[in-house]
Design a protein around this ligand. Structure first.
Ligand SMILES: [Mg+2]
Length: 482
C-alpha cells in the first residue's frame, strides 16, 4: 500500500512539472496572438497540437526555464540542510538560482560565470541558454539582484506565479515544517513586488499541496483544494512584514485575488464557452488573472488533461503562462500517466524536466555522515552540493563513471571508486570472514569487533576512513580488487 501511494505521489509530481511544460510549450506559439488570430490560423478549436521549433521540438519558454531554476533552488537548500545542518527559507536559494537563469539569458553556453553566480547543474544544459520571450520585469529585477541592489518595481505580472510550482510539490512531499506558501510568495516577490504579483504564488502553492495531501483526483477534490487554499492563504503570516497576516497587510489585494478565483470556480458551473468565461477573468498578464484562468480551465476540464490545456492557451492573453500554471494544476491532479504521449514525445528538455521532478520526489539522499556508496549519491552531491555547472550533463555522467570527476574535485579517485564499486563486495567478504587487515607496524588487527558491527550497520565510510590511517587508498582499492 505504502509503495503504491509513493508511486502515485511520484506520478503527480512528475505530472505537475511535465504538465506545466506542456501548457507552456503549447501556449508559447500563440503567446502574443489574440483569439481571432489563433482561430484564423488554427481553425475553430484553436491550437491543439504543438508548433515545432527549428530543432524539431516543442519549445518551452521562460516559464518552464524558471520553474526548473526554482526546483534547483529548493533542492540546493534541502541538500545544504541535510549536509551542513543549516537551511534557510527556500526563496533565499531561489534568489541565487534565478540569477543563474538570468546568466543563461545574457550569455552563451560555455561562458564562465563571474563570481557571485551559484552554478546549478542546469547551467550545463546548452538548450537553456535560449531567450524565449523572457519577461522584462524578471530581467530587470534579476539584473538589480546581480548588482547587489534591491529590485525596485511594483509589478503584478504573472512572472512570479508561473514559476513556483516546485515549492508546493517538494514541501508537501517532504512534510516541510515551514509555511511553504510564504516561501513561494517571497520567491515570486524577488522579482514582482506588487501583492497581486506574489500572493497568487501562495495560492498556487496551497492548491498543489492540497491536491497532493488530500489525494484529490477528480473535480470535487480539485474544487475542495482550490476553495481551501483561498480560505487559508489570507491567514499566512509574513515575517518579512512585521509578522502580520496577508489579510491584514494587503486587504484590498487579497479581496481582489480571492474574488477572482471564486469567480473562476463559479464560472465552471455556468453554461458558458471557455473563451468567454476566460475573457471575464482577464488576459492573464497579471498574476491574479493568470492563476484565475488556470484554475478555471483545470477545474472545468478536471478529467481531461488535453481539454484543460487547450482551453488554457486559446484566448487573447498570455497563453504560455496560463497554460503553464494550468498544466501544473491539472498535471498534479491527473498525474504524469494521463498526459497524452503526443504532448510529451516532442517536448523540449523532457529528460531534464523529468530528472528534476524525480529529484523533487526523491529528496536529498545524502547527509553529512552518510556512506557515499552509490553512484546516485555522488551524482546528487555533484548536482546540488559541488555544483558542476561547467560540464554538459552527458560528459558529467561519463566522468562519474570513469572517475575523472573525483580527480577534478580533489577527491581521491581510487578511494571514491572503491567506495562506489567495491562496498557491496567488501560487506559480503567481511560477513564471510574473508577479510583481514593488520597494522604492519604493530602487527595488531585493525578491525575491532566494534568496527565490524558498525560496518554491518552501514557506517562503512567512516570506518574505512579510519582504516586509511593504516592503508593507502591505493592499497585499499587493490584490496577490493578494482
Ligand atoms: Mg513565457
Amino acid at each position: 500500500m505504502r509503495q503504491e501511494e509513493d508511486l502515485k505521489m511520484r506520478d503527480r509530481i512528475l505530472g505537475s512539472m511535465v504538465g506545466g511544460a506542456v501548457g507552456d510549450a503549447l501556449g508559447y506559439a500563440v503567446e502574443f496572438d489574440d483569439y481571432a488570430t489563433i482561430v484564423r490560423r488554427y481553425g475553430k478549436p484553436g491550437i491543439t497540437r504543438y508548433v515545432l521549433g527549428p530543432n524539431g521540438k516543442a519549445l518551452i519558454s521562460d516559464d518552464t526555464q524558471m520553474t526548473l531554476f526554482t526546483a534547483a533552488g529548493c533542492l540546493l537548500g534541502l541538500t545544504r540542510g541535510c549536509c551542513r545542518g543549516i537551511m534557510g527559507r527556500l526563496d533565499s536559494y531561489c534568489s541565487h538560482t534565478y540569477r543563474d537563469w538570468y546568466f543563461t539569458q545574457l550569455h552563451r553556453f560555455g561562458d564562465k560565470p563571474a563570481e557571485g553566480f551559484f552554478g546549478t547543474w542546469l547551467m550545463g544544459i546548452p538548450e537553456l541558454y535560449s531567450r524565449r520571450a523572457p519577461g522584462n520585469t524578471c530581467l530587470s529585477a534579476l539584473q538589480a539582484l546581480s548588482d547587489g541592489r534591491k529590485p525596485q518595481n511594483n509589478s503584478c505580472g504573472c512572472g512570479g506565479v508561473m514559476r513556483v510550482a516546485p515549492i508546493g510539490l517538494i514541501c508537501e512531499r517532504l512534510g516541510y515544517g515551514g509555511a511553504a506558501q510564504h516561501d513561494a510568495a517571497m520567491a515570486a516577490r524577488l522579482t514582482h513586488n506588487h501583492p497581486l504579483g506574489f500572493l497568487p504564488a501562495a495560492v498556487l502553492t496551497l492548491i498543489l499541496m492540497n491536491i497532493l495531501h488530500d489525494d484529490a483526483f477528480d473535480r470535487a477534490g480539485l474544487r475542495k483544494a482550490i476553495v481551501e487554499a483561498i480560505e487559508a492563504y489570507p491567514k499566512t503570516l509574513s515575517e518579512d512584514d512585521g509578522g502580520k497576516t496577508y489579510g491584514e497587510l494587503w486587504p484590498e489585494d487579497v479581496a481582489k485575488l480571492s474574488g477572482l478565483i471564486r469567480k473562476a470556480v463559479s464560472l465552471t458551473e455556468e453554461d458558458v464557452e471557455d473563451v468567454d468565461a476566460i475573457a471575464q477573468l482577464g488576459e492573464g498578464w497579471t498574476g491574479h488573472e493568470a492563476l484565475a484562468i488556470a484554475v478555471y480551465c483545470a477545474l472545468k476540464h478536471a478529467d481531461n488533461f488535453e481539454y484543460a490545456i487547450v482551453s488554457a492557451v486559446n484566448h487573447s492573453g498570455d497563453s504560455d503562462s496560463t497554460g503553464a500554471v494550468c498544466g501544473n494544476i491539472i498535471g498534479a491532479l491527473l498525474g504524469r500517466c494521463l498526459i497524452p504521449s503526443y504532448y510529451t514525445e516532442k517536448l523540449e528538455l523532457l529528460d531534464v524536466i523529468e530528472d528534476m521532478a524525480n529529484d523533487l520526489y526523491t529528496g536529498c539522499p545524502i547527509s553529512e555522515y552518510c556512506d557515499m556508496d552509490s553512484v546516485d549519491k555522488w551524482r546528487w552531491r555533484f548536482k546540488y552540493l559541488d555544483q558542476l555547472y561547467w560540464e554538459p550533463r552527458e560528459q558529467m555522467e561519463a566522468h562519474i563513471k570513469d572517475g575523472s570527476l573525483f580527480d577534478k574535485l580533489g577527491y581521491d579517485k581510487k578511494f571514491c571508486m572503491a567506495c562506489i564499486k567495491g562496498i557491496e563486495k567488501f560487506r559480503r567478504e567481511l560477513k564471510q570472514g574473508l577479510l583481514e587487515m593488520t597494522d604492519e607496524s604493530t602487527g595488531k588487527k585493525t578491525w575491532t569487533e566494534k568496527d565490524v558491527e558498525s560496518i554491518m550497520k552501514g557506517q562503512t565510510l567512516n570506518v574505512l576512513l579510519n582504516a586509511l590511517e593504516f592503508n593507502t587508498a591505493q592499497e585499499y582499492a587493490e584490496l577490493l580488487s578494482l
